[in-house]
Design a protein around this ligand. Structure first.
Ligand code: FUL
Length: 478
């Protein structure tokens, strides 16, 4: 009798275990990213390239009346850009194919203000083509910035401009330059109160890109693929939701408030993650006089923590000089920045830890998934455990000052706030740091501590947390 009971119990345990391990993932909460948005977020860091007549005039906003011959790089080398971008750990390059001055870096058939009209390579040059080839060879993705505001196009300020701009978009997205991962719609317009007024046909512009490149991320103040972070310092808010309200807003003058751009809206109905753009120099375009004002590695590190470390994608502008190559000061700085990133984030101090969790959503989603590589392997807490916690028990005491957390965003952004604790001398948990949102990636910084155990307690969440990564690092130069 006793033996039979034991057998039945074992059978139940096996059946229950099997059921729990086959269990489906918890249901998503709120808006979620499209596969293209997830792939975009995973790129983390891209190179922005401002290049055009302004490189030669020293202006930030060209007038539109510049002679085409002004654009004359003496040794354009897009392969050098791509090599540097790749060595720096960037996954894509976005080029200003047309800035506000209207000059097109490709022979746009719908403009008479392009490389074709210049003496550069006797009018047969095409920067987009060279960059597309360089990116393809280097394994980088390519994106384009094509300014809606145009100081050269004579139709600007009339409905005809919208059609011309749409045709211009199509001439770039029609496959001539291969797949383009992102299209940057800049909201800037400096026409002033007495200037030309253009009522943009956004639906037409979006269709013009998406009909040809359905996977492209459309960037603007209101997305729909990604949103401007609301400043040009490359820094997102500490609380940064990837969800946004867009009803009643439009790119440019009608943009959402700055707080929403840099922090998202907790209850926003659309998944529109933040992209943080910033220049490595004071200006967006190269200037001889700024060669000694290239950002230092510690400034770049702060930007990284404030963007990638706060659930945004970083778009770092490194503008080529008049030769058409990235200046040695900028490339050396980028390489030093890469070395610092590798020194800090190349050594995960949570390796070998045991993970204890307050609960889990079945065996398939257990705590140890937190430390297993791969974004798709995650820990999910039990459905009712919105204030779930986990403890990392390291093999021995270690020093660290950075904690990295990652939510599995295909199931929505859930966490509102969390605390990080380590044991005090009497063994009781004491507060080390506090954080708010997590999202795709959150890197929390705190003064260096030495500990064997660390506890992360979610203090508020929209639904039970789903985390696919937890890691500890030490930045010795912080
Ligand atoms: C702004 C532009 O006006 C700047 O020139 C630069 O291109 C920056 C990235 O966006 O809106």
């Amino acid at each position: 009798m006793k033996g039979l009971m034991k057998k039945n119990w074992l059978l139940c345990a096996v059946v229950l275990g099997a059921a729990l391990s086959c269990r489906e993932a918890p249901p998503p909460v709120g808006p979620t990213p499209t596969p293209a948005q997830l792939a975009w977020q995973q790129m983390e860091m891209n190179l922005f390239v401002h290049f055009g007549p302004n490189t030669f005039s020293g202006l930030e906003w060209g007038l539109g009346s510049e002679a085409e011959d002004l654009f004359c790089p003496t040794g354009l080398d897009c392969r050098q850009w791509a090599r540097i971008a790749r060595a720096a750990g960037m996954k894509g390059i976005i080029l200003t194919a047309k800035h506000h001055d209207g000059f097109c870096l490709w022979p746009n058939p719908y403009s008479r203000h392009t490389v074709r009209e210049s003496r550069w390579r006797d009018g047969s040059g095409d920067v987009l083509k060279e960059l597309a080839e360089a990116c393809a060879e280097t394994g980088l993705k390519m994106g384009v910035y094509i300014s809606p505001w145009d100081r050269n196009d004579p139709t600007y300020g009339t409905p005809a401009y919208n059609d011309n701009y749409a045709r211009t978009l199509r001439s770039v997205h029609d496959g001539t330059y291969g797949p383009l991962f992102e299209h940057w719609f800049d909201g800037a317009c400096g026409e002033g109160p007495n200037g030309k007024r253009q009522v943009y046909d956004w639906p037409l512009f979006h269709r013009s890109v998406l009909d040809l490149q359905p996977q492209a991320i459309l960037f603007s103040d209101t997305g729909p693929g990604a949103r401007w972070v609301g400043n040009e310092r490359g820094i997102a808010s500490e609380t940064n939701w990837s969800t946004l309200h867009i009803e009643g807003f439009s790119p440019g003058a009608g943009a959402p408030p700055t707080e929403s751009l840099s922090g998202g809206d907790e209850d926003g109905g659309h998944w529109i993650p933040a992209e943080a753009d910033v220049s490595i120099r004071p200006g967006w375009f190269w200037r001889e006089a700024e060669n000694d004002r290239v950002k230092r590695v510690d400034e770049l590190m702060d930007i990284y923590l404030g963007s990638v470390g706060r659930n945004a994608v970083l778009l770092l502008n490194v503008p080529p000089d008049t030769s058409g190559r990235i200046h040695p000061v900028d490339s050396a700085r980028l390489m030093a920045f890469r070395r610092r990133l590798d020194a800090v984030f190349g050594n995960d101090l949570s390796q070998g830890a045991r993970v204890q969790t307050s609960s889990s959503y079945g065996l398939r989603f257990r705590g140890r998934n937190l430390l297993r590589g791969g974004y798709d392997t995650f820990w999910a807490a039990a459905a009712k455990d919105t204030c779930a916690s986990f403890i990392l028990d390291l093999p021995q005491e270690r020093c660290f000052n950075r904690l990295q957390l990652q939510e599995y965003i295909p199931l929505g952004q859930r966490i509102r706030s969390f605390v990080v604790e380590i044991p005090a001398e009497d063994g009781r948990w004491q507060l080390l740091a506090e954080g708010s949102t997590v999202g795709y990636k959150r890197i929390l910084t705190f003064p260096e501590v030495r500990s064997r155990r660390i506890r992360v307690r979610i203090t508020s969440a929209k639904a039970s947390p789903v985390l696919c990564g937890a890691a500890l690092f030490l930045d010795n130069d912080a």
